[in-house]
Design a protein around this ligand. Structure first.
Ligand code: GUN
Length: 299
């Protein structure tokens, strides 16, 4: 049996269209344009592509987007000063510092310097705390995108056994919390987990976010399970020099066993950007205390 392919591009396009309508309504009703500032330190090629995409998509939706680039050798003080200026800018409602940061800059101090209500990544300790309590904070973009894909595919997730592969602060841990609030029974697996394949075979929902190309094999999958692949791994062919992007899931094998699976590219990636746009619009509504506007991140 071949799995259904969960079309992240199409689902993200629907969400983006909805946010675009919400942004237009916001301008019409309140004369406010949501603004996003994206900060990039250094020249990391992957980060440059991500930042360019984020800025472009934000503008396409009718929101304002400002990119700030600092050199590779920028000091932590310079970065904190920039964050402070953006925190105080009334035209900016969302602030994102692209990770990873180069050199000796302390990532945690940088994230904690962002105003929690402008933290559209949902990485600030206040938002992490709110999510763990199940309260309204900002939900990180990739976990929110995964939740939307799962709900689109399955409807209610109540009672499902969910396996999250990976325990990062950006994806694994917040996603486990999100799924717990949906009443899943959640397991987080990581590099020291024993009997990984056997544990995965119990999962109705399996989410792979470990950054290991094609780690998850067909034999790890419970027949009919829903598989979400968060991995974005660049593989370069030694002979031709050509590179391609692959996920953490062996798509060929897994699509023979699973009920539904996301492709890479075209699965979680587009949802992450769409959720960043939703979080920016939402941050704008919250900062201006606008209770009469639609909730863009409604699932
Ligand atoms: N680097 C990789 N993913 C992300 C993300 O979601 N947000 C930020 N700020 N940096 C990242």
């Amino acid at each position: 049996m071949a799995a259904r392919i969960i079309d992240g591009r199409a689902i993200a396009a629907q969400l983006t269209e909805r946010i675009s309508d919400d942004v237009a309504l916001l301008k019409e009703r309140h004369g406010i344009t949501p603004g996003l500032a994206v900060v990039l330190v250094g020249q990391d090629p992957a980060s440059q592509i991500y930042v360019r995409n984020k800025v472009k998509k934000t503008r396409e939706l009718g929101m304002a987007s400002i990119r700030h680039s600092l050199p590779e050798d920028a000091s932590q003080e310079e970065l904190l000063e920039l964050i402070n200026r953006i925190n105080c800018d009334p035209k900016i409602h969302g602030l994102l510092v692209q990770l990873p940061l180069p050199g000796p800059i302390d990532e945690a101090s940088v994230i904690e310097a962002i105003r929690p209500d402008k933290d559209v990544d949902g990485f600030h300790i206040s938002n992490v705390g709110l999510l763990s309590r199940g309260k309204r904070g900002v939900v990180p973009c990739t976990p929110l995108g995964c939740l939307m894909l799962l709900k689109h595919e399955l409807g209610s997730l109540e009672g499902c056994d969910a396996m999250v592969l990976g325990r990062s602060n950006i994806v694994g841990k917040p996603l486990a919390n999100v799924l717990l609030h949906e009443n899943c029974t959640v397991t987080i697996a990581h590099s020291r987990t024993r009997n990984l394949a056997e544990q995965c075979r119990r999962a109705d929902i399996l989410i792979a976010a470990v950054g290991r190309p094609a780690l998850v094999k067909g034999s790890w999958i419970k027949p009919g399970a829903t598989v979400i692949d968060v991995g974005i791994n660049r593989l370069t062919d030694r002979n031709t020099g050509r590179s391609k992007i692959v996920g953490d899931v062996d798509f060929q094998q897994v699509s023979q066993i699973a009920g539904a699976v996301t492709p890479v590219p075209g699965g979680v990636g587009p949802m992450t950007i769409a959720c960043l746009l939703a979080n920016t619009y939402q941050a704008c509504c919250r900062i201006h205390k606008l209770d009469d506007m639609p909730d863009a991140s409604r699932v």
